[in-house]
Design a protein around this ligand. Structure first.
Ligand SMILES: Nc1nc2c(c(=O)[nH]1)N[C@H]1C(S)=C(S)[C@@H](COP(=O)(O)OP(=O)(O)OC[C@H]3O[C@@H](n4cnc5c(N)ncnc54)[C@H](O)[C@@H]3O)O[C@H]1N2
Ligand code: MOO
Ligand SMILES: [Mg+2]
Length: 445
């Protein structure tokens, strides 16, 4: 990728180390809007049907036949003319001469004329003349006029146990829309209509960089002042949850030269770049220093021409993750998440997750939201929107309870693993009472 090659790191350093950057916080909704404007849909590819689960469809698909394609027997029994059975009862069964036996996949040899029936199996095409199927259990075998007969002991309604041609779909009608996530049932439909290969959006390729000179690889023993990089693996899993393909680029020291060098060398076949760490006002917060050099969205354009590197935002009115930043660099979206694991997690959910869904054509890339009862009081100190990690409990009273998890600070990790939802405590309040109704954003499990 092309990061502005003329970034003047010397000038960034000399003025940038006092921590008093002019960073204007924007609302979460505005930040999401800017990210989605930059998250362009990516190319599509054809994949074999059995591998299409979890992918997003790239175009509208149509029914290639009526479904069912022919009138089908719903159970094993006899295909009859309902009128022939109108008077039938256990004491006075209708005796119908059996003219045929039709297996599933087989074809009728004869039409069902008045006074006759055809033995038929579940899934077989109902022969012409017949308009109902009587289940085997409501019949007996007998003789009529010296020939094999079915003794039908109950009156059949016309249409009974027959799935008419085109009952579910008509030839040419839409079966699914672009951007739809292909779940097992979608694959069944696609198989039904003969889609052996499926047009899906390519998985967005997401480069992940963890910045921080304190970071050790996961396999390393702890050393004084150092911690292991836990963000990379977490972010990789979150990328996969949203249909993306993570490209783990390892850790980078808190040095703007090293970070810009790595971003420059990432290459063209990456659709999104996610970095973690170094976005706050520390002397060595390298991403913050680099992003400062970019043109500012507020003084620029609403659409991002490929040629223009631009800061989309560098502060969001939210907790955790207030220093979360985003930029458009070298024609690519760069999401610079906070290094604090809790803030990294929330920043990903708020910005990277919808971006990945939008890149795969999802017309509604936001979270599923439910009203939940707050299980315990939540106090908050800052005036910003707060996104609280909670578990979800399904009460006997039919209500969903959101229970804020312990160790829920931005710097903490324990609660991330247990989080089932993010509860939003909007700005302008100092918290919410136990029992109050809150909005819970459902997290993928
Ligand atoms: N004076 C101020 N200080 C801070 C502010 C502020 O407004 N004024 N904001 C605070 C907030 S809020 C947050 S959130 C953090 C954001 O910090 P950064 O995004 O710059 O992240 P780092 O400084 O690199 O690291 C923060 C923390 O997270 C640990 N970390 C970093 N990367 C990883 C990783 N890959 N795996 C695990 N843990 C990681 C790092 O060691 C630090 O402990 O800034 C506050 N400061
Ligand atoms: O915004 Mo920071 O994520 O609170 O801790
Ligand atoms: Mg920092």
């Amino acid at each position: 990728m092309r990061v502005a090659e003329d970034w003047s790191l010397e000038s960034v350093r000399s003025e940038g180390s006092d921590g008093r950057f002019n960073r204007r916080a924007i609302k979460v909704e505005e930040a999401q809007r800017r990210v989605l404007a930059a998250a362009r849909t990516i190319a599509s590819e054809l994949v074999p049907l059995a591998e299409a689960g979890g992918r997003r469809l790239a175009q509208q698909l149509l029914a290639t036949s009526d479904w069912p394609p022919f009138a089908r027997a719903g159970l094993d029994g006899y295909a009859v003319r309902a009128a022939d059975t109108a008077q039938a009862s256990p004491a006075f069964p209708a005796a119908l001469r059996v003219v045929d036996t039709i297996a599933a996949g087989g074809l009728a040899l004869a039409a069902v004329e008045p006074g006759t029936a055809a033995r038929i199996m579940t899934g077989a095409a109902v022969p012409s003349g017949a308009d109902a199927v009587v289940m085997l259990e409501q019949t007996a075998e007998g003789m009529a006029g010296g020939e094999r007969a079915a003794l039908v002991k109950a009156a059949a309604r016309p249409g009974q146990n027959v799935a008419p041609q085109g009952e579910e779909f008509r030839l040419g009608s839409p079966i699914m829309e672009p951007g739809e996530l292909l779940r097992p049932g979608h694959l069944a439909l696609l198989g039904t209509f003969g889609y052996a290969v499926v047009p899906v959006y390519r998985r967005p390729r997401v480069a992940v960089f963890a910045t921080g000179s304190e970071l050790l690889p996961v396999e390393a023993p702890l050393a004084p002042g150092r911690i292991r990089d836990s963000n990379s693996a977490m972010v990789a899993a979150m990328i996969r949850q949203r249909g993306g393909e993570p490209i783990l680029c390892g850790t980078l020291p808190d040095e703007p030269e090293a970070v810009s060098e790595a971003l420059i060398h990432i290459g063209g076949d990456v659709d999104l770049i996610v970095t973690t760490g170094g976005v706050s006002v520390g002397d060595y917060d390298a991403m913050a220093l680099l992003l400062r050099e970019l043109a500012d969205f507020d003084s620029q354009f609403e659409v991002f021409p490929d040629s223009l590197d631009m800061l989309l935002f560098n502060r969001v009115s939210m907790r955790p993750g207030s220093p979360t930043s985003a930029a458009w660099i070298g024609g690519k979206l760069v999401l610079a998440l906070s290094g604090n694991p809790g803030a990294c997690f929330v920043g990903f959910e708020l910005f990277a997750a919808p971006a990945l869904r939008a890149m795969q054509g999802d017309p509604r890339p936001d979270h599923r939201k439910v009203q939940a009862v707050l299980a315990r009081e939540l106090k908050k100190g800052s005036p910003h929107d707060r996104y609280v990690r909670t578990s979800l409990l399904y009460g006997d009273d039919g209500r969903v309870y959101a229970d804020p998890l312990a160790f829920g600070k931005s710097s903490m990790t324990a609660s991330i693993a247990q989080a089932e939802a993010l509860v939003v405590i909007p700005s302008g309040s100092l918290g919410a009472e136990a029992g109050s109704i809150v909005e819970a954003w459902i997290l993928p499990q």
